[in-house]
Ligand binder design. Structure first.
Ligand SMILES: O=C(O)CCC(=O)C(=O)O
Length: 266
């Protein structure tokens, strides 16, 4: 795999963001925006523990998505936020892997009570005039937590709140080199572990072209819809992301060669 760094931009205007990144289907790391969010100073494992320690949340049995999608750990369990934070902070994560509090919707009716309080702490810029289908999720994980390479039929803003997370992004047309498989109607995911690829089984992965960014607190990564992406926590991390579903994406999804190729393989 070869990679280049993802471009960075400081506080773009709506026009600049739309013209240089959305229209050109190009990822970017936005700085100078989330740094001022109260979340970046308030949301630390210990403060979340004191604010919401008793709240019970669904967590994945494994924080390695390769286990979730290609292994045997698909189960979800429930745990209090205090116990979850203790588990990721006390575990020797070199030899044991903890649970993963990932992809927790803050906009679901169940989380509404807490969301009203949390939403005062962040404010994603209005880079899209239409905001339909806007969905906000929180992700908290231990060092070495990893996702699979997958894509989403939404534009995505992923903000780093605490710790450091590494993102690899691959353009939609790199699909063949990633050996993606259908998980459900919305999710296509790759069995290749980009940190330890098995090139005997997945030889084309050696020719894949990726973009790479290390997100620090206050960075917001824009992942255009359908771009393949993978996340790896370098430290304990807290991220918040917002998915945006637009009319334009709907049209692309219906016509995109990746989608028609996916359908013919399904
Ligand atoms: O952080 C992760 O584990 C995955 C994040 C992700 O896939 C996303 O923001 O779409």
């Amino acid at each position: 795999m070869q990679f280049k760094p993802i471009e960075r931009i400081d506080k773009p205007s709506l026009e600049q963001f739309q013209n240089e990144f959305v229209v050109q289907d190009k990822p970017v790391v936005i700085s100078g925006v989330a740094n001022d969010w109260p979340a970046c100073s308030l949301w630390k494992p210990d403060t979340l523990k004191s604010m919401f320690g008793d709240v019970r949340v669904p967590v994945r049995q494994s924080d390695n998505e390769l286990d979730v999608f290609f292994g045997k750990s698909t189960a979800v369990t429930e745990i209090s936020i205090a116990d979850y934070i203790d588990s990721i902070e006390s575990l020797n994560t070199d030899s044991q892997r903890p649970l993963y509090l990932g992809n927790l919707s803050l906009t679901s009716p169940l989380a509404k009570e807490y969301f009203d309080q949390l939403k005062l702490h962040f404010d994603f810029p209005k880079y899209f005039t239409e905001n339909s289908g806007c969905d906000i999720r929180i992700w908290m994980g231990a060092a070495n937590q990893k996702s699979t390479i997958h894509n989403d039929p939404y534009h995505n803003f992923n903000a780093q709140i605490f710790g450091e997370k590494l993102f690899l992004l691959f353009p939609p047309e790199e699909q063949e080199k990633l050996y993606v498989k259908k998980w459900d109607d919305e999710l296509w995911t790759s069995p290749v572990d980009p940190q330890q690829p098995n090139l005997e089984i997945f030889p084309l992965f050696s020719q894949a072209h990726a973009l790479k960014a290390s997100l620090q607190p206050g960075d917001i990564l824009f992942i255009p819809a359908f771009w393949w992406h993978q996340a790896l926590s370098i430290t304990t991390t807290i991220n918040i992301n917002m998915w945006l579903y637009t009319e334009a994406i709907c049209k692309v999804w219906e016509q995109h060669p990746a989608f028609t190729r996916n359908l013919s393989k399904a």
